[in-house]
Design a binder for this molecule. Structure first.
Ligand SMILES: Nc1ncnc2c1ncn2[C@@H]1O[C@H](COP(=O)(O)OP(=O)(O)OP(=O)(O)O)[C@@H](O)[C@H]1O
Ligand SMILES: [Mg+2]
Length: 243
């Protein structure tokens, strides 16, 4: 049975899709099997980030509505990593119950499933969160993003998800900008969000280059190591934060 995570944020553009891809790649490098589900209906991006966009014929709504089987809808990045692309229109049959059935059809074939949610506290992110049970909220080190991550955390708790299943990842962290007073530091973000920290990813200039060129980050780059540490923590290892 796969462990299922939904990756969410209050504010958009904070790095949810980037995080999904890079944590998945790190888990796969450790021999785990991962399914990525693009939950960003009409604004899908994981197919592009994985260089699979020319191959999309079906999406998960086709499985949900019995237009194709579970196999046909998956795109293979490699033997360990597969993707279910997002539909371009909101499927009428989408509900918490129907999405749970969809997940159950894939759960036995994977160690981990990650659902890349759209930003915000709308109905759709909450459906994904409730189906997954484990949530990762992403925030960047600024007031607006941190406050909206806190709001997201509250909404998740209100919808019945237990505190211990909601984790925070701080992305695009830059210690120098903190020193010059431009960014919040890690403790300030935790104080604002009331969420427990899963990891911190530094600002990495090569991230955009890696994304648009379908390349993986170099193995010795700090962001790659931080993604790998998050993957280890998700697998149950106690890896210290190294900022
Ligand atoms: N650690 C980082 N360092 C530098 N750039 C980053 C980092 N993480 C993400 N980015 C860049 O930030 C931009 C937004 O990232 P991404 O699309 O993953 O965000 P998102 O939260 O999924 O956005 P949306 O809410 O629109 O779905 C991309 O250009 C990505 O390359
Ligand atoms: Mg995204």
């Amino acid at each position: 049975m796969a462990k299922i995570f939904t990756v969410l944020s209050g504010k958009g553009g904070v790095g949810k899709s980037t995080l999904c891809v890079n944590i998945a790649l790190s888990l796969c490098q450790k021999g785990k099997k991962v399914l990525l589900i693009d939950g960003d209906i009409s604004l899908r991006s994981l197919d592009m980030l994985l260089g699979l966009d020319g191959m999309v014929l079906y999406d998960w709504s086709d499985v949900l509505e019995n237009r194709c089987d579970t196999e046909k809808a998956r795109l293979f990045y490699d033997d360990n990593l597969q993707l279910l692309p997002a539909p371009l229109e909101h499927p009428e049959s989408l509900s918490e119950e129907s999405f749970k059935v969809l997940l159950s059809q894939y759960s036995d074939s994977y160690d981990y499933i990650f659902i890349d949610s759209p930003a915000g506290v709308g109905k759709l992110p909450m459906i994904y969160a409730k189906c997954a049970g484990q949530c990762i909220v992403v925030a960047t080190p600024d007031n607006v993003s941190a406050r909206s991550a806190g709001v997201m955390g509250n909404e998740l708790v209100k919808s019945g998800i237990e505190d211990q299943n909601i984790k925070l990842v701080i992305n695009r962290f830059d210690p120098l900008a903190v020193v010059f007073g431009k960014y919040l530091n890690v403790d300030e973000i935790i104080d604002i969000t009331y969420l427990s920290l899963l990891g911190v990813i530094p600002e990495e200039k090569r991230m955009m280059y890696a994304s648009v060129n379908d390349k993986e980050l170099p193995s010795r780059c700090k962001a790659k190591i931080c993604f790998s540490n998050i993957a280890e923590r998700i697998s149950g290892k106690d890896i210290p934060l190294n900022l």
